[in-house]
Design a protein around this ligand. Structure first.
Ligand SMILES: [Zn+2]
Length: 322
């Protein structure tokens, strides 16, 4: 056995490389904030911004020039209330952004939208609170209204992330009743109560005002329960299954890939970004190599698409090295 023959020089290594990344694998998450005049840096995620409505258009322009053709939008409204009503306002920040992006880029870009209430509620939880508890069935009605307003504005894919039971079905039914049978649903099928979301809460102003999210987000200790979440999203009509965080769930990504026939998305979350970024800023790690290695691992585990705050940088690295 001389396995080193396959590693003899860079041309040989290149020929036999098994996993290859492409900008087409990548989705860039974007925060867009209502009323913002200038893009605002996010302290806990150096290099990531809350974009103004104009700023987000420039960012997408740059993103498409690197070969990426998908984004996922997170809206930060000017006003919040206990019911998160601005989430389904047809003139809301996400709805208006979708329209502008569609007008400017046509079908060249796939527009995904996060469908949740935590950015829109004063208490910061992902749904409607009744007697100090998050009410599942009231929440899924609001999520469905929100998803419908995104579809009306022109979203290609709506992605409910509240981890409510029945959210995918309620959304599918309302979209279909209103003629949006071609709008896709990407379920946040496995979303864990994870410490790796902390920088996101700073970015999206969505830290829960009381308690935590453990009655709706899953425990990372329960892989079989993750399988049931995936099964239920498939039964409810999800078109794409998503798992987040990514790096701490490579086993679950692999299982979703081998046990289902659905496309699998992996979301490499804010904490995954910030860990690499912090180490890179301190000179402890080579940022480009670390990004490439971690995104390759997520693809190797079985992800068809990878949502990453490093998407644009990864695409630029690919452009340089290919
Ligand atoms: Zn949420």
């Amino acid at each position: 056995m001389r396995l080193r023959r396959l590693r003899k020089n860079s041309a040989i290594r290149d020929l036999f490389q098994e996993i290859r990344l492409s900008p087409k694998d990548l989705v860039l998450p974007l925060f867009v904030q209502e009323g913002l005049k200038k893009n605002q840096p996010i302290d806990s995620m150096p290099g990531v911004f809350r974009f103004s409505p104009n700023g987000v258009m420039h960012e997408i322009e740059e993103c498409t020039s690197t070969g990426i053709n998908a984004i996922i939008l997170f809206g930060l409204p000017a006003k919040k209330d206990v019911l998160g009503k601005s989430s389904f306002n047809d003139r809301g920040i996400v709805q208006r952004s979708i329209k502008s992006i569609r007008d400017c880029f046509g079908d060249k870009i796939v527009i995904m939208t996060d469908v949740c209430l935590c950015q829109y509620t004063t208490h910061g939880h992902c749904g409607i609170i009744v007697e100090d508890e998050l009410n599942n069935d009231k929440t899924i009605n609001t999520l469905a209204k929100t998803a419908l307003s995104h579809a009306k504005a022109g979203a290609d894919i709506v992605a409910p992330s509240a981890m409510m039971d029945g959210q995918v079905k309620r959304i599918r039914d309302l979209l279909d009743e209103n003629g949006y049978t071609n709008t896709l649903i990407m379920g946040y099928s496995v979303k864990q109560a994870s410490s790796f979301f902390s920088p996101f809460r700073d970015a999206a102003h969505s830290k829960p005002g009381f308690g935590n999210r453990q009655t709706y987000q899953m425990s990372y200790s329960n892989p079989r329960e993750a399988g049931r979440e995936i099964e239920s999203d498939i039964e409810e009509g999800a078109d794409v299954l998503m798992i987040k965080p990514a790096l701490s769930n490579l086993d679950l990504i692999y299982e979703a890939k081998v046990n289902t026939l659905h496309p699998v998305a992996a979301y490499s979350v804010s904490g995954e970004y910030s860990m690499i970024k912090a180490a890179a800023i301190n000179g402890w790690i080579d940022e480009n190599l670390a990004i490439t290695e971690s995104i390759t691992a997520i693809k190797r585990a079985g992800a068809n698409i990878i949502i990453s705050y490093y998407a644009k940088k990864m695409a630029e690295i690919l452009k340089k090295t290919n």
